[in-house]
Design a protein around this ligand. Structure first.
Ligand code: PGA
Length: 241
């Protein structure tokens, strides 16, 4: 099963826009063949109830989770709380969270906690890599993130998103996607370390380039900017279906 996950990040700013986007995606999904695809929307936490309410043809995801089960952790959201909204997927270790200081150890704890709750983790790797860097150097970084992130965890029931930080469309990245050849090479490498994991690509995926990433090792995409325009997101889904 392939997976296409929308990472809305800290957008849209207003509730009305989130509602509109959600409805547009839901209506568009009615027209799209998606037997072999899992579609997930990961809105900001505060929009989870809204998206849960207006989305029936896709699954609900979150962009983060606390590494703690419960307790006095100001500003954190627990796996149990996410389950109240039927959140089934959580993005863990995104570059934008690693840039805020999340360590591989914390990421490992988060993966373990969501797995205990039956929530499916999407582990992102690729933070710290640089555009133009040798493939060998990139592999060394990825290997470490996988070794520490997956410590004590098998690679079943897990998706690994290769997201070279420089390829992200806004903020930390250049807005230029990695080449399909590069993505295929790194996916094969990830597969050799985590053979049972599903591997997806993220970083400036759009309607035009999405099809070029689909191969036997790339089972979907993590989509940021392009997921905020329903028509664009639906085209990406079609490219993988
Ligand atoms: P992008 O973001 O598609 O806007 O590059 C992907 C991500 O950061 O998850």
């Amino acid at each position: 099963m392939k997976i296409i996950m929308a990472n809305w990040k800290m957008t849209p700013p207003a509730l009305g826009e989130a509602r509109r986007l959600c409805i547009q995606v839901e209506q568009g999904l009615l027209q799209v063949a998606r037997d072999n695809l899992t579609i997930v929307l990961a809105p900001p936490f505060v929009f989870l109830p809204l998206v849960q309410h207006c989305l029936h043809l896709a699954h609900l995801g979150a962009q983060n989770v606390s590494a703690e089960e419960q307790g006095p952790y100001t500003g954190e959201i627990s796996a149990t709380q996410l389950q109240q909204f039927n959140v089934e997927y959580v993005i863990i270790g995104h570059s934008e969270r690693r840039a805020l200081g999340e360590s591989d150890k914390l990421i490992n704890q988060k993966i373990k906690i969501v797995m205990r709750h039956g929530i499916y983790p999407i582990l992102c790797v690729g933070f710290g890599t640089k555009k133009g860097q040798s493939v060998a150097a990139i592999k060394t970084i990825i290997k470490k993130q996988l070794r520490l992130g997956l410590s004590g965890i098998g690679s079943t029931k897990l998706t690994i998103a290769y997201e070279p930080v420089w390829a992200i469309s806004r903020g930390l990245g250049t807005g230029k996607a990695a080449t399909p050849k590069h993505v295929a090479e790194i996916a094969e490498f990830i597969k050799s370390i985590a053979p049972q994991a599903r591997i997806i690509y993220g970083g400036s995926v759009d309607a035009k380039n999405a099809a070029s990433f689909a191969n036997e090792n790339i089972q979907g995409a993590l989509v940021g900017g392009a997921s905020l325009v329903a028509s664009e997101f639906l085209e990406i889904i079609k490219a993988f279906s």
